[in-house]
Ligand binder design. Structure first.
Ligand SMILES: [Zn+2]
Length: 458
């Protein structure tokens, strides 16, 4: 079990130095969009009366009862998921309203919409000043007001972690303000599905948000060519941990273990924090999921997946005449080096158009990326390249009938089918840690071996 949750997101690929493909999003940029199928709708801007709170409460109850399966006792007890505000509102003892800041809005206009007069609004802002300057506020943020026998409360969520709480106790004249730590909740979920149309829509039906789906793709990027090799009937099962705030918004999600079955081949991976603090994914035997070469130079994306399933012209596979593999990705799609190495050529070469050639650490191996629209930043002859670095963008330069990437892998100068390259054995977990690793990951991997259960997300 992860001890240090902070590691999850920024350091998930802790040694992915300068590596675009592997770099996880910084935790600061939180995505507040709600995955449609899994989360309760948030109250709309404007008035949020008791009735609304009760409806919200009902949604949250619904959400709790249908929101996936808890894998073990680490999940929060259900009643803790209810926000203090909602429980307060649900017992009918307070009056609540809220307003969302519009572009051009300021704290005064927002507070006045909540029923305060101009001078009270200024008093509130002045009281807040020592804790938080309300002139920093931005559109999209929300002020909430709650009136009860105890007095008036105004709250403003600064970010996922902090709330500014302002209060006028009953019978007093002076507003008080303080910063309050917001609660963050975690729970484990398990989602599974089989792919009918696209991975994204199948994953969404299984209740997974887009980030979790992309994380899943990243974990298996060394084994599965998601851009070319997915077939209907492929299936996945994912155990992940979600953190969400006191309003039910997902803040972060981290995969703990996953299974992917691609064309009948089963791949398993589990997350593990090593003694040196690095968090990474390993197969059940403790071998790193990372390998010398990524399975594909084009990252799977929502757009390219749709493109692939509905493509009009055939995408060429490896033949002796063709010598490479074509990726029919939209123009501008980033192209990643599949392995470490250095650039031996970046320029125009006849029918190949703009082409980048990379010699890898195994010096017998060279890869070619052709028909590029443009080169990646700083890509020129002699530059050292880390696996996953963007070396160019898909285009149709040279002899190409439509935008696609022509990709070749050569061993000792001879073109070989890149889809059949044998990887050098991946680095296993340290011997001293093996037992601990097995102990930690066995329960999760064990539950992935069970036949998947279908959940009703109605
Ligand atoms: Zn080609």
């Amino acid at each position: 079990m992860p001890k240090n949750f902070n590691h999850d997101f920024s350091d998930r690929f802790a040694n992915g130095n300068g590596n675009a493909r592997k770099r996880a999003k910084k935790p600061r940029r939180l995505n507040f969009s709600l995955p449609k199928l899994t989360m309760p709708r948030l109250p709309r801007p404007g008035i949020f009366p008791v009735v609304g709170a009760l409806v919200g409460f009902a949604f949250i109850m619904l959400f709790i009862s249908s929101g996936g399966e808890d894998v073990n006792a680490r999940s929060q007890p259900h009643e803790e998921w209810l926000t203090p505000e909602l429980t307060l509102a649900a017992d009918g003892s307070s009056q609540k309203s809220q307003t969302t800041l519009q572009p051009g809005d300021n704290a005064v206009s927002a507070l006045m919409r909540l029923g305060f007069d101009r001078s009270t609004s200024h008093n509130i802002i002045t009281a807040a000043n020592s804790s938080y300057k309300l002139k920093n506020i931005r559109a999209g943020k929300t002020f909430k007001r709650a009136d009860s026998e105890a007095g008036i409360e105004v709250s403003y969520n600064i970010d996922a972690l902090q709330r500014l709480q302002m209060r006028l106790p009953a019978g007093e004249k002076t507003w008080q303000a303080e910063l309050v730590k917001r609660k963050v909740y975690t729970r484990q979920r398990i989602s599974s599905g089989s792919i009918e149309d696209s991975l994204f829509s199948s994953a969404a039906r299984a209740g997974m948000d887009q980030r979790t789906t992309m994380n899943l793709v990243d974990i298996f990027a060394w084994d599965i060519d998601f851009a070319r090799d997915m077939r209907s009937g492929d299936s996945f099962q994912v155990i992940y941990e979600e953190r969400f705030d006191d309003e039910g918004r997902t803040l972060e999600s981290s995969i703990l273990a996953a299974k992917f079955v691609n064309q009948g081949r089963e791949f398993l991976a589990a997350r593990y924090e090593q003694a040196n603090g690095k968090v990474d994914y390993f197969d059940p035997d403790g071998k790193s999921m990372r390998k010398a070469y990524l399975k594909a130079p084009v990252k799977f994306s929502r757009i390219s997946s749709r493109f692939r399933l509905k493509r009009k012209h055939p995408v060429l596979g490896y033949t002796r005449a063709h010598r490479g593999v074509d990726y029919a990705s939209p123009s501008g799609t980033p192209v990643h080096s599949i392995g470490d190495g250095y650039v031996t050529f970046a320029g125009w070469k006849g029918g190949y158009g703009r082409i980048v050639q990379i010699r890898h650490n195994n010096r017998n191996h060279t890869t070619f990326y052709a028909h590029l629209r443009k080169y990646g930043k700083g890509i020129k002859k002699g530059v050292r390249i880390r696996q996953g670095r963007v070396i160019g963008y898909v285009g149709m330069s040279g002899l190409a009938t439509g935008p696609h990437l022509h990709f070749e892998f050569r061993s000792r100068g001879r073109a070989v089918n890149p889809l059949t390259i044998k990887h050098p054995p991946a680095k296993p977990i340290e011997k001293a840690e093996k037992e601990h690793f097995l102990q930690q990951t066995a329960p999760l991997l064990g539950s992935l071996k069970q036949p998947p259960t279908q959940y009703n997300w109605g």
